[in-house]
Design a protein around this ligand. Structure first.
Ligand SMILES: [Zn+2]
Length: 298
């Protein structure tokens, strides 16, 4: 029984007069500086003071990498069918509908083809705000089709990872995507077509354990969280304290897990150089299913 009874309704805050329009100013989580949103957009979502890399949406990423910010989208209509009729705190179907409405995407990835510094490419870019960028059947299928499209049109493939891992609401079906994508990438490799993987913050779980680490070059953004299991699980398993900076790009570079850590603003230039180098050194074989080329001998 309550001692006091509220007889009057609480005073409503006057939201209209004091609210700053959403998204006009953004506070940097690293240095605390308030940044004018337009400045941030002009600077590829990188903090002007401390170079903190803000998370980018899948579409912004494509815009950044492709010439004229233009691409042709593929398989945009693919949607998950909720094969397990899964429910946790809320039904998976409801979760999907909410994400589709909020992101205006049908799943956590956009596949687009276009030109990168005049080199034709296929790019698959993951969207974190769609159920944590998780990899379900649709993401798996779209990356596989992207690899097949690259194979057919004889051009390089780029995958931008930003994901919490496999989508548990699709159970084993989401885990099967790891093998499916890896098999498609192996065919791309046999055809000697370049595959570049970009790991952004965060890239974890089944995504790290499959296509994100299979690139001819695995490129990471500064201070991105990259790992398979979370640090707490690892600490409990090995019963040791983990070192500082564990599972961050720089740590992984020092330990040979990735090839390069690069500022986002230099990413396109690096890609242009790398793609040209790889395309010259690895001319595509006419037959995609051909056996791997024998090792070069002197
Ligand atoms: Zn900052």
């Amino acid at each position: 029984m309550a001692w006091f009874k509220k007889t009057r309704k609480p005073i409503k805050a006057n939201e209209k007069s004091s609210r700053v329009p959403e998204g006009l100013w953004v506070k940097c989580p690293s240095c605390g500086r308030a940044i004018y949103n337009k400045e941030l957009v002009d600077n590829a979502q990188v903090c002007l003071k401390c170079e903190h890399h803000f998370r980018m949406s899948a579409a912004e990423r494509l815009k950044l990498l492709l010439d004229g910010g233009q691409w042709t989208e593929h398989d945009a209509g693919l949607r998950s069918t909720d094969p397990l009729k899964f429910t946790d705190t809320k039904p998976y179907r409801t979760r999907l509908e909410t994400s589709i409405k909020a992101t205006r995407l049908n799943d956590a990835i956009i596949v687009g083809s276009g030109r990168l510094d005049d080199v034709p490419v296929v790019i698959a870019s993951m969207e974190y705000s769609f159920i944590g960028g998780s990899m379900g059947v649709v993401v798996g299928e779209k990356i596989t089709r992207a690899a097949e499209m690259a194979l057919e049109s004889r051009c390089p493939l780029i995958v931008v990872s930003c994901s919490g891992g496999a989508r548990m609401m699709e159970g084993a079906l989401s885990l099967m995507q790891m093998a499916k994508i890896s098999a498609a990438l192996a065919r791309l490799d046999r055809a000697r077509l370049p595959y570049l993987s970009i790991l952004t913050d965060p890239t974890t779980g089944g995504v790290t354990a499959s296509f994100a680490m299979l690139g001819d070059l695995n490129i990471a953004e500064p201070k991105a969280l990259i790992g398979f299991a979370g640090p707490r699980v690892i600490e409990q398993t090995i019963r040791q304290k983990l070192p500082d900076g564990f599972q961050r790009s720089e740590f992984l570079l020092d330990h040979g897990m990735i090839d390069v850590v690069i500022d986002r603003r230099e990413l396109k230039g690096l890609f242009a150089r790398m793609l040209r180098m790889l395309l010259v050194s690895r001319p595509a074989t006419p037959d995609a299913t051909a056996a791997p080329a024998p090792a070069l001998t002197q």
